[in-house]
Write a protein that binds this ligand. Structure first.
Ligand code: HEM
Length: 528
């Protein structure tokens, strides 16, 4: 018999055997041994026990048993696709980063969009921030711009990240909710963290229920540095602007879509790319220098603040087109490892305490998630330029140094001596001046938590403002502890009276709380 163009033989128990031949390759074990029968384990007699020597059976089950790796501790649910970035406007006067030198130059990219709080199997349309992580495979190594679809963040210091995420994910004693912000622990933490008010306004806006990944903006969030060939530094904020414009669903639609199609966002992107309808974003930069930075009321290294576009317009310098779905979801989307510390010559960090913490966290978690310090050799993570170094061994070592030299300096000249330093073209950190006492205290410049929240709210259209108020009412109505609701409202009173009144009415609060204490701390306790 045949099935499609495949010859089918029935076994003695009626089971289906499909046989290799012609173009159809031979099934083998991992050791390359040809397999004669993949339908029956090796048994003693027709109805006897399975023989321990059945290496094919044991290898197959052993490998299956180990298929799962830990999901990402955050951003577990994601969808990755390939594409390219094209520089449209050379930035050679501002940065020596190779990918920004020549207009028209294309750099391959891999992009993973994600939700933050939900587990790997959670629905796509949860109200949540979306990750927007881009790996640029540049000619001078990989640069990862690990951003979100919102330009600011919840916290100012990375030491609060475990608390934020613990509070946002399932409550530990009950294992729910899976993928929603609507619960006591989350709002308890937010209401006790005034620094999160700006972000709280953004997450209650329509931005957290996007119509599709294709209709979202992206942001690098932190202030980074560009450094040019002369060593001059310019601060930069990165923006992705979708060519299709921004669109969101409304909450009522989000709830229905989650039920009808929890894969709504990944299906949308996959369908669009398969149909040749390639989504495109412009890359924009906001550029400013130290003198300009000092004129702002807030600190440019505080990730709860944005740089108003009226003050520093976004300059478009490139475009990104996503035109290829993955061949294998696990190999690419699951095994990709983005990391904020992956930067290239011409780009550098600032002292943003959130960025400094992220630089430790990603590599550390990926060692656990991917299981070996050699995950950089996985094709999705490997740079597309030659890689030469003396690192060796470890689990799954795939490319050890060739020959005698596995250290330097060494006396073995030429190729035998291995790779050498490149003082002219190699990465050099920007020599920022640093000094000061060791302190566990936030700068006063980080202390205004309400002004930008207010600016965001009043920049919204009346319909969008209604959605924000409705979202607060919905979310806080799920909070069982009255004190947490009131505390949240006490912050909203510092943001906008009308918004606070709407929420008070919506929640039927009997007593109007007092506004939260918005006084800025003084520096009198600090050492001189
Ligand atoms: C993962 C963005 C803050 C730790 C991610 C991902 C994105 C992202 C997009 C998913 C990467 C992927 O698709 O594989 C951001 C942004 C932040 C932020 C924009 C703030 C501006 C932090 C902080 C920490 C942190 C403060 C810790 C101190 C992690 C970890 C992962 C992750 C551990 C999982 C990485 C992995 O398993 O591969 N983040 N994040 N993030 N983030 Fe963040």
């Amino acid at each position: 018999a045949t099935f499609g163009d495949q010859e089918v033989i029935r076994g003695e128990g009626g089971e289906t055997h499909q046989v290799a031949g012609g173009d159809v390759p031979v099934l083998t074990t991992q050791q390359g041994i040809p397999v004669s029968d993949d339908q029956n384990s090796l048994r003693i007699g027709y109805r006897g026990p399975t023989a321990l020597e059945d290496f094919h059976f044991r290898e197959k089950i052993f490998h299956f048993d180990h298929e799962r790796i830990p999901e990402r501790v955050v951003h577990a649910r994601g969808f990755g696709v390939h594409g390219y970035f094209e520089t449209t406007d050379s930035l050679s006067d501002i940065t020596r980063a190779d990918l920004f030198q020549r207009a028209g130059e294309k750099t391959p990219v891999f992009v993973r969009f994600s939700t933050v709080a939900g587990n790997k199997g959670s629905p796509d349309l949860a109200r949540d921030v979306r990750g927007f992580a881009v790996k640029f495979y540049t000619q001078e190594g990989n640069w990862d711009l690990v951003g979100n679809n919102i330009p600011v963040f919840f916290i100012q210091d990375a030491i609060k990240f475990p608390d934020l995420i613990h509070a946002a994910k399932q409550e530990p004693d009950r294992g729910f909710p899976q993928a929603q912000t609507a619960h006591d622990n989350f709002w308890d933490f937010i209401s006790l963290s005034p620094e999160s008010m700006h972000m709280a306004l953004w997450i209650m806006s329509d931005r957290t229920i996007p119509r599709s990944f294709r209709f979202m903006e992206g942001f690098g969030v932190h202030t980074f540095r560009f450094v040019n060939a002369e060593g001059k530094s310019t601060f930069v904020k990165f923006h992705w602007k979708p060519k299709l414009g921004m669109q969101s669903v409304v909450w009522n639609e989000a709830l229905k879509i989650n039920g009808a199609d929890p894969d709504f966002h990944r299906r949308d992107l996959w369908n669009a790319i398969q149909a040749g309808d390639y989504p495109e974003w412009e890359l924009g930069v906001q550029l400013f220098d130290q003198d300009f930075a000092e004129k702002f009321d807030f600190d440019v290294i505080d990730s709860t603040k944005l740089i108003p576009e009226e003050l520093v317009p976004v300059r478009i310098v490139g475009r990104m087109v996503l035109d290829r779905t993955v061949d294998n979801f696990f190999a690419e989307t699951e095994q990709v490892a983005f990391c904020t510390q992956n930067i290239v010559p011409g780009i550098d960090f600032t002292n943003d305490p959130l960025l400094q913490g992220r630089n430790f966290s990603y590599l550390d978690t990926q060692l656990k998630r991917l299981g070996s310090p050699n995950f950089t050799y996985l094709p999705i993570n490997a740079p597309k330029r030659p890689v030469n170094h003396f690192q060796q061994d470890g689990h799954m070592a795939m490319v050890n140094p060739k020959g005698r030299a596995n250290y330097e300096p060494n006396s073995w000249g030429g190729a035998a001596g291995g790779p050498r330093e490149a003082p002219d073209i190699g990465f050099k950190s920007y020599p920022a001046e640093e000094q000061g006492a060791k302190l566990r205290i936030r700068a006063e410049t980080f202390s205004d938590h309400y002004s930008q929240a207010r600016q965001f709210y009043i920049s919204q259209t009346p319909v969008e403002q209604t959605h924000i108020a409705d979202a607060f009412i919905f979310e806080l109505s799920k909070v069982k502890t009255p004190a947490i609701r009131s505390r949240m409202v006490s912050h909203l009173m510092n943001v906008d009276d009308e918004l606070a009144d709407k929420v008070i009415t919506g929640l039927r609060l009997e007593q109007k709380p007092k506004p939260a204490d918005a006084a800025r701390p003084t520096r009198k306790d600090l050492p001189a």
